[in-house]
Structure formats: structure tokens, C-alpha cells
Design a protein around this ligand. Structure first.
Ligand code: NDP
Ligand code: ZN
Length: 333
């Protein structure tokens, strides 16, 4: 038990589940060149409150709670004030759940592949009663990361949303896009996923390796959420857009090969980026998923299987599993 360490305004919880995000792989393997070792990944963290610090009113001992990608921010810049702590412009920016310097002492933060976690109350998410704890974690990163741009760039009922790369983020985008009333086209390399994606709610599945299918889908999308985690040619995706469309980049943080801006100019297209979402909006998508029966498709794993899961994520071969969730009891045993 860790009650003694809980400070004013902080919440301690026993971690029961943690989703495995592709970002965990990027960070652990230093794909972004900014990893501070030792690195403990995990930002889809769920558990049971074991202790609360002085002044905490949001939750009580025994509640099921979670932490997503952030555990702190300045709380006073214009972005924090607007419930967009993810874009905090305070001196240190938002403190990420792992690999973020912890305020105030500069120590590295360690994420959810662990038994217990402490975070300040403002960054604690409440898991709705209707939502089974094992499903909650992936909504706190994968879910919010695709929901936030749909809201920010105002995806409207009846518009067409494309989703490129159907893994953890992509399969949540299909379901959330449908719940918002969009028509959804899934772009995947993997024809074996087709039936499952249609069952999940996709109106159409396009095999992205098939140039003929890609050409047929040209000019069909109002918004594209691109979750592909590696550099790739953007040109075929630009061709999918209707005029005024938004291509939202959430996956590739490294670089894109060159492409001609002509196709942007002639259709007044925007290529934009988006980082997770604020705490208020993350709570909103948790509540929406609970209410609309949206659930990530998960495979529960033992902590000892994590290296194999990382390897498969890095290779893009997850064998039809959209999100893995670690059963943290397996770390205690
Ligand atoms: P997954 O690995 O679960 O899904 C990515 C999907 O992209 C795969 O299922 C696959 O889909 C496709 N893909 C994988 N490898 C390749 C490849 N080499 N070439 C083309 N397509 C490929 O990852 P996540 O959904 O967890 O994360 C996706 C990306 O989003 C990661 O880079 C992650 O770091 C980033 N991310 C960004 C966030 C943000 O705030 N912006 C937040 C969270 C994650 P298919 O087989 O259908 O083609
Ligand atoms: Zn993530």
C-alpha cells in the first residue's frame, strides 16, 4: 500500500489494467529520439482508488478510475483554462504520464505498466459504472485521440470520414465516427480484416495496397484520420479528399516523403495534426462510449507477453487484435 506517499490533491490507485498503445513501443524503442531511460510505458491505465490526499473531492477510495496520457500541466495558461491541457503552453508544457519531467523536481515520470500509480486529482478520469474496467483504458488514449479531431474540425452527421490504418486508434475511430453520424470508410492493408471492420460499423473497406480500389475512392472524404505509425506516401491519401477536406495526422510523428502541394491548392485541403485531447473531452468520450456501448476490441495479456506484443505492433502484424490490455494482476503474481 502506498497511502503515505499521497500528497495534497493527489489520488493513488491500484492498477488493474493497462492498454498497450503503439506509442509505448515508439517510446520504449526511442523511435522519437527523446526517451529518458529507464522508461516505464503505459498511458491507458485503469484501477481502484486506494488513497486520496487532502482536499480531493472528485473520487473516493474504492472508485474505479483511470489516467490517460497526461498527469500534470500548468493549469493556468489559456489552453489549460480552455480544458485543453494537452496543448499547455506553461513553462514545462503538459507532463506526460511517462517520459515526462515531473513537476516540480524534474524526475522522469513512469507510466502504467506497474502496480500502483499516483496522479493529481485534475488528471484522474472516472470510469463510468456501465463501462467494464478492462475496456476503459484504450478509450483514454486511442479513443480520445480520434474523437478530439472529429470535434475540433466539426465532423458533421452524414459527412464521410476515412480512417487510415486500422489498429488501436483506427478501430476506435470507426466506431466513434459512426456514433457521431458519419459515413465511415476504413483504409487497411489487410483484406482479412474486412468483415470485422464492416461488423464494427464501417460502411466501406478499401484495401490501401490496391491502387484500383484507392483510385475508386478518390474525392470521397470530408475528413481523414491517418493513424499509420510510420513515414509513408501521403499523395494517395490526399487524392481521397473532397474540396475543403481535412487530413488529420495522428500517427506518423517522424516525416513524410515529399508530395506536391498542387493537390492541396486545387481542393483547398488542410493537412493538420492533433494530440490526444483535454481531460474534460476525455471524460466526455468515456461517458459516450459507456452510453453508446462502444467498446475497444481487446485481447487481455499477461505482462510476460509484452515483448511479443511490442514486436508485432512494430512489425504491423497484430494478428487481428486491435488493442492489447495487460492484466496487471499478472505483474503482482
Ligand atoms: P497500431 O499499431 O495499433 O495501429 C496502426 C495501424 O497502422 C496498424 O494496425 C496497421 O493498420 C497500420 N500500419 C502499421 N504499420 C504500418 C506500416 N508499416 N505501413 C502502413 N501501415 C501500417 O497503433 P495505434 O493505433 O496504437 O497507434 C497509431 C499511431 O498513433 C502510433 O504511431 C502512435 O504513436 C500514434 N498515437 C498518436 C497519438 C496522438 O495524440 N497524436 C496518441 C496515440 C497514439 P492496417 O493493418 O489496417 O493497415
Ligand atoms: Zn497512446
Amino acid at each position: 500500500m502506498i497511502e503515505k506517499k499521497v500528497g495534497k490533491g493527489e489520488v493513488a490507485f491500484k492498477v488493474t489494467h493497462c492498454g498497450v498503445c503503439h506509442s509505448d513501443v515508439h517510446q520504449a524503442r526511442n523511435d522519437w529520439g527523446n526517451t529518458n531511460y529507464p522508461c516505464v510505458p503505459g498511458h491507458e491505465v485503469v484501477g481502484t482508488v486506494t488513497a486520496i490526499g487532502e482536499g480531493v473531492s472528485k473520487v473516493k477510495v474504492g472508485d474505479i478510475v483511470g489516467v490517460g496520457c497526461m498527469i500534470d500541466s500548468c493549469q493556468k495558461c489559456e489552453y489549460c483554462e480552455a480544458d485543453e491541457e494537452n496543448y499547455c503552453q506553461g513553462e514545462k508544457g503538459a507532463t506526460m504520464t511517462y517520459n515526462g519531467p515531473m513537476i516540480p523536481n524534474g524526475t522522469n515520470t513512469y507510466g502504467g505498466y506497474t502496480t500502483d500509480l499516483i496522479a493529481r486529482e485534475e488528471f484522474i478520469l472516472k470510469v463510468p459504472g456501465k463501462l467494464e474496467p478492462e475496456y476503459a483504458g484504450p478509450i483514454m488514449c486511442a479513443g480520445i485521440t480520434v474523437y478530439s479531431p472529429m470535434r475540433h474540425w466539426d465532423l458533421k452527421e452524414g459527412q464521410t470520414l476515412g480512417v487510415a490504418g486500422i489498429g488501436g486508434l483506427g478501430h476506435m475511430a470507426i466506431q466513434i465516427g459512426k456514433a457521431l453520424g458519419a459515413k465511415v470508410t476504413a483504409f487497411t492493408r489487410d483484406a482479412d480484416k474486412e468483415e470485422e471492420l464492416l461488423e464494427m460499423g464501417a460502411d466501406k473497406v478499401v484495401i490501401s495496397k490496391d491502387d484500383g480500389q484507392m483510385k475508386q475512392a478518390a474525392g470521397s472524404l470530408d475528413m481523414l484520420i491517418n493513424t499509420i505509425p510510420v513515414p509513408h506516401d501521403l499523395e494517395p491519401y490526399i487524392n481521397l479528399m473532397k474540396p475543403d477536406g481535412n487530413i488529420v495526422i495522428v500517427g506518423n510523428l517522424v516525416k513524410f516523403p515529399e508530395f506536391s502541394p498542387a493537390s492541396l491548392v486545387f481542393k483547398r485541403l488542410s493537412i493538420v495534426g492533433s494530440l490526444i485531447g483535454g481531460i474534460k473531452q476525455t471524460q466526455e468520450i468515456l461517458d459516450l462510449c459507456a452510453e453508446k456501448d462502444i467498446r475497444p476490441a481487446i485481447k487481455m495479456i499477461d505482462i510476460k507477453d509484452i515483448n511479443e506484443v511490442f514486436e508485432n505492433l512494430a512489425n504491423g502484424t497484430t494478428e487481428g487484435h486491435f488493442r492489447h490490455v495487460i492484466d496487471m494482476e499478472t505483474l503482482r503474481n
